[in-house]
Design a protein around this ligand. Structure first.
Ligand code: EZ4
Ligand code: CO
Length: 403
């Protein structure tokens, strides 16, 4: 007889970072969890799940992952969007977790088995100026990282993306976003100096990456890509806002620096032009924000047909649950590129346990049945939700800009 879902709970917790987790339980005694964290808009997804999806799940056969995905996607009528697709992802990942546990297998076995034993990852190094950024790179190298994203403060700007101000809290509740400032010409002067200094100190072999966080026009991004060509980046990320996929045609023709985009995408349609016209090298859509394993698998397959590799988002707001699912996915996916990995806050390990691990520059999926991540609901309750926002950004004259 088919199993059925008997309980579905949304767990909101803030162990140094807000995380939203969906836990499903079945009549046969299995349970599975999926991540539903949408940074800065967490409670919208929690409500979407609790108020609209949970009642539909009770009684359903957990084995019917594809049908449930279509039921939630087509059934909503209102297609796509980050809130909907994150909620669907949470259900999808919890169901894959349950199916793999029912089979007694690590999740990557259900996807088709291992294509590799471990996954290359990159972490972040940043500094308020170039000298501090170089020190941060050295610290990360000593921890074993082989690939490092480097960001540095720009002279004349108060705060910029990816650069932590000393003593800044990431955990205090907020009633409004922090504001940064922005000056594209100053940034375009700084970036090649930064990577010249990185190559000068660390040599040609270190794998380095950079994130422009959606701030440039296609022409500015082309200038940046060209100015970074001598330093052989693994990728330049999010140089141009990608809502206008066609804008990337010009950028692609102007530079040979490899291009990555997609952490804010929530469906295959956001990347269709970019992938099929081969305008990017790496697709960064994540399992949590793009409809779960069921949908990201379709994105990865489309990418494989067009010589585009994966490079999933993995900042600290990507919970340990998504990291577990992503590493099982990465173990299988034939066109794996790299996995981003920024360590989670220390308290997260009181709330979640995980089977994945980092060693010597690589991430390992673990071999536990399912995706190998669990949540302790009692510990989660010790860290109540705190309202937090992603930053906003303004030009010197006050104009709102992309963050
Ligand atoms: O801004 O995770 O590549 N990583 C990034 C991140 C994102 C945050 C958004 O929640 O760009 O820092
Ligand atoms: Co990014």
């Amino acid at each position: 007889m088919a199993d059925r879902i008997t309980a579905a709970r949304v767990i909101v917790t803030s162990p140094g970072q807000n995380y939203v987790t969906l836990k499903l339980e079945t009549a046969s005694g299995l349970s599975g969890i999926g991540d539903a964290t949408l940074n800065g808009r967490e409670l919208a997804v929690a409500s979407y799940l609790e108020d609209h999806i949970v009642p539909m799940l009770i009684g359903r056969d957990p084995a019917r992952i594809e049908d449930t995905w279509q039921y939630l996607y087509k059934g909503a009528y209102w297609r796509r969007g980050p809130v909907t697709m994150t909620a669907i992802a949470a259900v999808d990942v919890a169901l894959w977790d349950i199916k793999a546990k029912a089979a007694g297998m690590p999740l990557y076995q259900l996807l088709g088995g291992a294509s590799r034993e471990h996954m290359l990852c990159y972490t972040h190094a940043d500094g308020t100026d170039i000298a501090h950024a170089l020190e941060a790179v050295e610290t990360k190298r000593q921890r074993g990282f082989r690939a490092i994203r480097v960001q540095a403060g720009v002279p004349g700007l108060k705060r910029i993306y990816g650069v932590h101000a000393p003593g800044e809290s990431h955990d205090a509740p907020q009633d409004a976003p922090s504001e940064g400032d922005w000056d594209t010409p100053a940034y375009l002067r700084l970036a090649p100096q930064l990577f010249a200094a990185v190559r000068d100190r660390f040599g040609p072999e270190l794998t380095v990456l950079h994130d422009a966080h959606h701030r440039l026009s296609p022409n500015e991004a082309a200038q940046l890509g060209r100015s970074l060509e001598p330093y052989g980046l693994f990728w330049l990320e999010d140089s141009v806002p990608a809502e206008d996929q066609a804008a990337w045609r010009r950028l692609r023709q102007m530079t040979t620096t490899p291009l990555a985009v997609g952490e804010v995408f929530n469906s295959i349609w956001d990347a269709q032009t970019l992938i099929t016209e081969r305008l990017i090298d790496y697709i960064r859509s994540t399992i949590v924000h793009a409809g779960g394993i069921t949908h990201v698998r379709r994105i990865a397959d489309l990418a494989a047909l067009h010589n585009v590799r994966t490079g999933f988002h993995g900042a600290a707001d990507i919970s340990p649950v998504t990291m577990g699912a992503a590493l099982h996915f990465g173990r299988w996916v034939p066109n794996f590129g790299i996995q981003e990995y920024a360590a989670h806050p220390a308290q997260a390990s009181e709330v979640f346990t995980w089977d994945w691990s980092f060693a010597d520059g690589y991430l390992h999926s673990g071999e536990a049945p399912g995706h190998g991540v669990t949540i302790d609901e009692t510990a989660a309750a010790r860290y109540p939700y705190k309202r937090r926002y992603l930053d906003v950004n303004r030009l010197k004259d006050g104009t709102m800009w992309d963050w």
